[in-house]
Design a protein around this ligand. Structure first.
Ligand code: ZN
Length: 121
């Protein structure tokens, strides 16, 4: 499953939700790796991992951004998101909240710009 050629995000849609780059090799959306990807780029997120000694992939991720609470967790292979939205809409809302947060927080601003994501106005 090819990830975004610009920011490395898992392909949620034909146009990357994170950086808005068109994905030429897009075939089908996938949320596999989404929580790991977010955990890698957002050090402020609280993360629980599965696997031996908790070194496996991210099972649960929780993050406060822009006054909102975001949670994602894999349960029996399904990704459950709070707020309850489809993955693309949830990610879009998270990026709007992070953009809001980045306006007043240099650490968040650095994390977002280093990741190659497009800030929302
Ligand atoms: Zn991207």
């Amino acid at each position: 499953m090819p990830s975004c050629t610009v920011c490395g995000a898992p392909p949620l849609a034909r146009t990357c939700v994170f950086c808005h780059t068109e994905q030429r090799s897009f075939t089908a959306p996938t949320v596999v790796g989404l929580l790991d990807y977010l955990a890698r780029h957002l050090p402020q997120a609280e993360v629980q991992r599965g696997g031996f000694l908790g070194r496996g992939s991210v099972r649960r991720l929780e993050l406060q951004a822009g006054g909102e609470s975001f949670t994602g967790r894999f349960r029996r292979g399904e990704l459950e998101l709070t707020p309850r939205l489809p993955a693309t809409a949830w990610t879009e809302r998270l990026l709007v909240a992070l953009s809001r947060e980045a306006a007043g927080d240099a650490d968040v601003r650095r994390a977002v710009s280093r990741s190659g994501w497009a800030l929302r106005q």
